[in-house]
Design a binder for this molecule. Structure first.
Ligand SMILES: Nc1ncnc2c1ncn2[C@@H]1O[C@H](COP(=O)(O)OP(=O)(O)OP(=O)(O)O)[C@@H](O)[C@H]1O
Ligand SMILES: [Mg+2]
Length: 443
């Protein structure tokens, strides 16, 4: 049920052969970029290749009953077969990997489609095109630079991702699936989805967005996971809403297994899983334990610092005579989401004063009091880099570490077994980061 990676590599390899240019005819296909032209082997076309002195011939396989099952046929002289087939296929792997490396990965955005239509007819009878993902080019412009967020927190996430990309052996030595899970939680319009796009652009991973309303049941969810490719971010948005409203055929245990079940061992390798919620207070704690969720990131409403970042991005102003008034209103407990502030600034982008006055008015009318619970988040984000809030407001950094393990950023030379005592100072040393995999109890 998974894509045959070798087919894709042979296709890349054949389309790179110069002998394809010498053919009497071939198919010209638009590549991923509008001005890309890709030569594609025609069903009735053969193309020769030479390897270790032997001539081999490739052609397209005949159409078999499954319309989506395409194939290539390789013809090798019997006398050459034993000598060249294996090294030749290795050669194809190498060349195809080099081509992929060279190509700026054109990211794709995959969305899952329903299994049955409204009349209950199976969209994907077994064996015929049962691919449940549809893809479009992923062109979201969001980057970590465009997200108004603590620089320190962004740096921590970037180094976490960079470390993850290089940590295959480390995870396997621990007997763990090489995957990383993030929970992004916070009110609407605070940048969660934009942050996912920034992550994808940062590590050049495709994005699979699971629409739980189109998932039939737990096994259907597993089937979708089975069809995802490595080097991808799998996103489950508004998970808290779905679990609360039970507006999906997927059960809590189905989600728990999706996050950390046995299927992960074969289909979650080299994947980043991201779950977004507006509020995690009422979510089953089993869902949030390390291993299911490795990093929690809170997206608070705006405070004055975030407001200034947005004013700089949207209006190009780093300071303004109205800023003291804005700061005072934020300190009185008013707040708005970055989305709301961003929209007001875009609407008045030609006049910074008018834009800032419109934000002041909005803070005084719609934003009054919304920021009261918000201040702690900023503090815990400052301190922890990975914020953590519970129903009684935000915990201090020390409490946070007691509950959810911690991200230790330290130089390679410090042994992994060392546990940091309560008073150790966290600092980023070198580029390695190890995350404790079992919650540490301190003190
Ligand atoms: N922290 C931020 N920095 C910059 N822009 C932001 C930020 N938060 C939100 N925005 C802007 O607001 C709009 C909505 O953001 P986004 O969709 O990421 O919010 P969200 O948290 O996913 O909202 P929801 O919970 O409703 O899905 C986007 O256009 C984005 O550019
Ligand atoms: Mg969103």
């Amino acid at each position: 049920m998974q894509e045959n990676q070798l087919y894709r590599k042979v296709s890349l390899y054949l389309n790179s052969l110069s002998t394809l240019d010498d053919s009497d005819f071939t198919n010209l296909v638009t590549g991923k970029k509008p001005n890309d032209i890709v030569l594609c082997l025609d069903p009735n076309q053969t193309v020769d290749d030479n390897f270790l002195g032997a001539t081999v011939t490739w052609s397209n396989g005949d159409k078999v009953e499954r319309e989506d099952c395409r194939s290539f046929v390789l013809k090798v002289r019997k006398a050459d077969k034993r000598r060249i087939v294996r090294p030749y296929l290795q050669h194809i792997h190498t060349v195809a990997d080099e081509i992929e490396q060279r190509k700026q990965r054109d990211l794709k955005l995959y969305m899952n489609v329903k299994r049955y239509d409204d009349e209950g007819v199976d969209y994907h009878p077994r064996g015929v095109g049962n691919v449940r993902w549809r893809s479009v080019p992923f062109t979201h412009p969001s980057t970590f630079d465009t997200i108004a967020m603590e620089e320190d927190l962004k740096d921590k996430v970037k180094s976490d991702l960079e470390y993850f990309l290089k940590a295959k052996q480390y995870y396997h030595r621990l007997g763990r699936v090489w995957k990383r899970s993030f929970l992004l939680y916070g009110p609407s319009g605070t940048g969660k989805s934009s942050f996912v796009a920034a992550m994808a652009n940062f590590i050049s991973y495709d994005v699979y967005v699971i629409d739980l309303s189109k998932v039939l049941n737990d096994s259907d969810l597993n089937f979708l996971l089975l069809q995802t490719k490595s080097k991808s971010i799998i996103v489950m948005e508004e998970l808290d809403r779905f679990l609360k409203e039970k507006s999906t055929g997927v059960s809590l245990s189905g989600v728990l297994n999706f996050m950390d079940g046995i299927l992960n061992s074969c289909c979650a390798e080299e994947r980043v899983m991201v779950f977004t919620m507006n509020c995690k207070e009422h979510v089953d704690p089993a869902l949030l334990r390390p291993g299911r969720i490795d990093v929690h990131i809170h997206f608070p409403l705006c405070d004055f610092l975030a407001f200034k970042t947005l004013a700089n991005s949207y209006l190009g102003v780093k300071d303004h005579k109205l800023f003291p008034q804005v700061e005072e209103i934020f300190q009185s407990g008013a707040s708005l989401s970055p989305a709301e502030i961003g929209e007001l600034m875009i609407a008045n982008r030609n006049s910074p004063s008018r834009a800032i006055k419109s934000v002041i008015t909005a803070l005084q009318t719609e934003g009054d009091g919304r920021g009261l619970g918000n201040v702690g988040a900023r503090k815990s984000v400052d301190e922890a880099g990975v914020s953590f809030r519970s129903s009684e407001g935000s915990h201090t950094y020390r409490e946070f570490r007691k509950f959810y393990g911690f991200l230790r950023m330290k130089s390679n030379k410090v042994s992994h077994s060392q546990t940091l005592d309560d008073d150790s100072v966290h600092k980023v040393e070198g580029d390695s980061m190890t995350a404790s995999d079992t919650p540490k109890r301190f003190g």
